[in-house]
Ligand binder design. Structure first.
Ligand code: GDD
Ligand code: GTP
Length: 419
């Protein structure tokens, strides 16, 4: 029997994802029609040996309650949300809830970062982990990145024959290895002994600081992986399937495209088909059954339309996410944009952003998490985002702009943050 733990962080995390994470915890932001972590849950539920999924974070429990109930009903698997009393770090939370994880004696447990997305080969990774000649305390999913980008991740040096991890550095300042940590692990329950040693050795330090609680955290990467590397107890399973982080709103558009593509294999029924009296669909599009789309609208490729959204006549949407209860009035055009919940876009308006896709000419390139501002303090061109409950009047152009929640936009904007 196995379990899975999904690290979802808390309100202070996911700041680069604002303003979209102001109204909903970032892990619940919909990508390809499903809350971001539902894709993790779906991947875990598809592994027959996984019998329980634990979401670990420090969001107030009521923010996750409904979601957890929905997931249990949908996937018929035990799912719990365990709330940390403050940010305990990527290994601290796992240690704090060790009894819950160990109950029922699982042979091992998966740990997944909630802010990554991908075509997770969990069963293949498990087969690799269980097939190892020597027992592995922790097996990491790794993938290749460019030399330059690799330093933004945990970097792994492996023994090419045995796949043992010889060396691990978290976000090194200079190039170490193109093999990076995907934030997906399989741990043996014996790992708790390791984490416990660290926890106990730090008791004096925790109690000596004024702010003992705030510093009482343990990082899986620095505190466990770095010292364990080279001791023969950690292994890497390498994948070349699609994988990315979701740090910025721009990466949500990128993730949206890939999850939609994945539906061809996993859930073709979620993709909208062309038909008489239906809108014209180009490529992969998800439309929530409750949304109303005028038959003269053209959607796609790579568009998701949420619950109760209303799309008017002649509207064109491409590479965008339109969230629940929003309305796009007739003949408007939406490109590389996230339209927040309950927003209204007037008629003949154009919303357009700039994609920040990985460089297609560089093999193994990942998405760059471009900061909001460049070194001169100017806004970097990125996708356009309308926060929750934004109203955009008719006949304006909104280009590469971020509009905070509850704003009325009455004129055109370009490269601006509307506060
Ligand atoms: N429950 C809980 N408690 N979750 C946490 C905490 C915490 O105190 N701190 C972080 N997390 C969650 C975050 O929400 C996120 O899903 C995941 O753990 C990773 O946390 P970050 O601290 O943001 O790390 P990172 O994304 O910069 O880097 C990690 O992931 C990369 C892959 O995406 C590292 O593991 C890298 O080595 C790795 O390459
Ligand atoms: P490429 O396919 O990359 O060559 O782009 P494009 O020049 O066809 O168009 P663009 O990426 O600017 O827009 C994507 C789609 O939106 C195209 O099918 C356009 O016809 C359509 N489109 C562009 N601007 C408008 C507009 O203002 N209103 C409407 N209704 N559709 C538009």
């Amino acid at each position: 029997m196995l379990k899975a733990v999904i690290l979802i962080g808390g309100p202070q995390k996911g700041t680069r994802f604002r303003p979209l994470s102001l109204d909903v915890p970032k892990p619940l932001f919909p990508v390809a029609g499903l809350p971001m972590v539902q894709h993790h849950i779906e991947a875990c539920a598809a592994v027959p040996d996984i019998r329980e999924i634990l979401l670990l974070g420090y969001f107030p429990a009521q923010q996750l309650q409904q979601f957890v109930a929905d997931m249990i009903a949908q996937y018929k698997i035990r799912i719990h949300y365990l709330q940390e009393y403050h940010a305990l770090g990527t290994a601290g939370g796992i240690y704090h809830f060790r009894d819950q994880i160990k109950s029922g004696n699982p042979d091992a447990f998966f740990v997944l970062n909630g802010d990554v997305c991908g075509d997770f080969p969990l069963q293949e990774m498990l087969d690799f982990h269980t097939g190892l000649a020597m027992p592995s305390l922790i097996t990491i999913m790794g993938t290749e990145a460019t030399r330059q980008q690799s330093t933004m991740y945990g970097c792994i040096v492996e023994d090419k024959e045995t796949h043992q991890i010889l060396h691990y550095v978290e976000k090194p300042s200079t190039f170490v290895s193109p093999l990076i940590n995907c934030g997906v692990y399989i741990c043996s329950p014996d790992i708790f002994k390791r984490v416990g040693e660290i926890f106990n050795s730090r008791q004096d330090f925790y109690s000596s600081t004024d702010d003992g609680e705030a510093t009482e955290s343990i990082q899986l990467e620095q505190d466990i992986l770095m010292p364990i590397a080279g001791t023969g107890q950690a292994y890497v399973y390498t994948t070349d399937r699609w994988w990315s982080q979701i740090k910025t709103a721009g990466s949500a558009i990128y993730a949206n495209r890939h999850y939609l593509q994945l539906y061809h294999r996993t859930h073709p029924s979620r993709l909208t088909e062309n038909g008489p009296n239906k809108p014209k669909i180009v490529g992969d599009v998800y439309i929530h059954p409750s949304a109303s789309v005028d038959p003269s609208a053209v959607l796609g490729p790579n568009v998701s339309v949420g619950k109760n959204a209303v799309i008017g006549a002649g509207v064109r949407i491409r590479e965008s996410i339109v969230l629940g209860n929003s309305t796009i009035q007739e003949h408007s055009c939406v490109l590389y944009t996230v339209v927040g919940w309950n927003s209204t876009v007037g008629a003949w308006t154009r919303l357009e952003g700039t994609p920040c896709d990985p460089n297609p000419n560089k093999p193994f390139a990942k998405m760059d998490n471009v900061p909001l501002f460049n070194t001169e303090g100017k806004l970097n061109p990125s996708i356009t985002i309308l926060g929750n409950d934004v109203r955009v009047v008719s006949e304006v152009v909104v280009l590469n702009s971020i509009v905070l929640p509850h704003k009325d936009l009455s004129s055109s904007t370009k490269n601006e943050i509307i506060l």
